[in-house]
Design a protein around this ligand. Structure first.
Ligand SMILES: Cc1cc2nc3c(=O)[nH]c(=O)nc-3n(C[C@H](O)[C@H](O)[C@H](O)COP(=O)(O)O)c2cc1C
Length: 177
């Protein structure tokens, strides 16, 4: 599939079918996530593939968002992305483990899209509750998680800012015309 089509068609999905997805497909998606570039190729990320109903439900509840709680309950998987800040770099006051994690997560959501599956990155959650149920060791943070499965809603691509608002040429504020 054309990469631009894939990017344009991806949307965050918050309602899922309970239909199963082969574990092999999920592993392929997570492997694609791990192909992302990272600071010094340190690959500070770890993924937890969750298909236990009990664990999925706790993760959904930890979001405090009723639609996300339902999504985590219904989707056959929830994938957690954890990262060790110390395995990545800090420069100019920026902690690059978040950058590395975001790249991995973007690979993950696009690979899922290529498999005909949907996702919704969740960043608003009770981290203590999630790390507790996943048994995440000290040093690692749970950065985000996503339900993974077949969409059960029709969502049009959401609007983005105009190009001239976000893309400049040579100097800030100069349009790229
Ligand atoms: C870092 C991050 C955290 C997010 N956290 C949440 C969340 O907690 N709950 C939620 O419903 N959506 C969450 N989202 C999804 C965004 O709301 C969504 O990507 C945005 O509205 C654009 O919509 P789209 O993904 O359909 O293009 C998050 C997205 C990102 C990148």
């Amino acid at each position: 599939m054309d990469i631009y089509e894939l990017i344009k068609n991806r949307v965050s999905i918050r309602a899922y079918k309970t239909d199963s997805v082969p574990l092999e497909t999920v592993k392929r998606i997570v492997q694609a996530a791990g192909m992302a570039p990272s600071w010094g190729n340190k690959q500070c990320w770890r993924f937890v593939i969750v298909d236990s109903h009990v664990v999925k439900n706790i993760m959904g509840q930890a979001s405090g968002q009723p639609n996300i709680a339902k999504a985590c309950e219904e989707a056959p998987y929830v994938i957690a992305l954890c990262a060790n800040a110390k395995e990545s770099g800090v420069k100019n006051g920026m902690e690059y483990y978040l950058f590395d994690s975001a790249l991995a997560m973007q690979n993950l959501v696009l690979a899922a899209q290529a498999e005909g599956l949907s996702t919704c990155i969740i960043g608003w959650f009770d981290e203590k509750a999630v790390r507790g149920v996943l048994n995440v060791p000290d040093g690692f943070k749970v950065v985000a998680y996503t339900p993974l499965g077949y969409s059960n809603e029709e969502v049009l691509p959401r609007k983005r800012k105009k190009l001239e608002e976000t893309v400049f040429r040579n100097h800030w504020g100069k349009t790229c015309e």
